[in-house]
Each structure stands twice: as structure tokens, then as C-alpha cells.
Write a protein that binds this ligand. Structure first.
Ligand code: ZN
Length: 152
């Protein structure tokens, strides 16, 4: 029997999906894909300064796996910065603990859960249209359900 794939825990969707050098049309840029678990590893290790062991537990993976992930993420980001590539965040075997929505009108970021169906109003501009970032990364109901049942 195939071993079930382990979903790695990611706190919330990245606020932005694409990063590109200024002044070069996207069609001329080579794209480097950073997976969501690589993004999370980078965030925990280098943005939050977590020890690898602590960060690994945060994501529900082993320390060696975490170290491989963060190494891979650093290499990709370094290559993109040095060589001028586009970074595109996508993919990875993950689920989000929380969600984020972004106001279409002013770009304000609001942290949300997955359960709430209540309508949100932007505290900065009063707007009511939002981009659901988890959805943007391809996560819909399926992952919400799994999360709620606490499969870890
Ligand atoms: Zn707004």
C-alpha cells in the first residue's frame, strides 16, 4: 500500500504570490516556483528566527526534513535575487491553520478562520469585497474539513 502523503502545517497563506524584478516584462522572466512548505520554512527559520527543531514541530515534520526544506527555499530565493528571476509561490503538500482575506479596494489584510460565513467589512475603507487568499492558492472546502477534524 502506498504511504499516505503527510500534509505539512502552514500558519496562513502568503500575502503575495508573485515577486518579480522591476522593469522586465513578466513574459521575459524565468519563473522559480517556491512551494508553500518552502515558504513556511523560510518564514519560520529566517523571519521568525525559530530553531529548526521548533520550526519542524510547528509544521509537523522531522527536523532533517525541515532543514532540507529551508535549504531549498534559501537557494531558490538567492538565485531569484542574484539572477533576476520571478518567484512564484505555489504547490506543496500543505494545509493552512488560518486564512487571510485581502480587501479588493484598499489591500488591507484581515486574518480569518475557515468556518466563518459572516460578512466582513474592511475596517480601513468599509469595503465588502475580498480576495480569499487560501482559495487563491487552490485550497477550498476539502482542506477546511480536514483541518476541522484535526488530522495531524
Ligand atoms: Zn479596504
Amino acid at each position: 500500500m502506498p504511504r499516505p502523503r503527510i500534509e505539512r502545517r502552514v500558519k496562513e497563506p502568503p500575502r503575495f504570490q508573485r515577486f518579480k524584478p522591476v522593469g522586465i516584462p513578466a513574459r521575459l522572466l524565468e519563473r522559480i516556483s517556491l512551494t508553500l512548505d518552502e515558504f513556511e520554512a523560510l518564514r519560520l527559520a529566517d523571519y521568525n528566527d525559530f530553531e529548526h527543531q521548533v520550526a519542524a514541530e510547528e509544521m509537523g515534520i522531522s527536523r532533517p526534513t525541515f532543514t532540507r526544506l529551508v535549504d531549498s527555499a534559501r537557494k531558490k530565493v538567492a538565485k531569484a535575487i542574484v539572477e533576476g528571476k520571478e518567484i512564484f509561490i505555489m504547490g506543496g503538500q500543505v494545509y493552512f491553520r488560518n486564512n487571510i482575506v485581502k480587501c479588493v479596494n484598499c489591500g488591507t489584510i484581515i486574518q480569518t478562520g475557515f468556518e466563518e460565513n459572516v460578512s466582513i467589512v474592511c475596517p480601513d475603507c468599509g469595503g465588502i469585497d475580498f480576495i480569499n487568499l487560501a482559495q487563491q492558492f487552490g485550497f477550498g472546502k476539502f482542506h477546511r474539513g480536514r483541518h476541522r477534524h484535526g488530522r495531524r
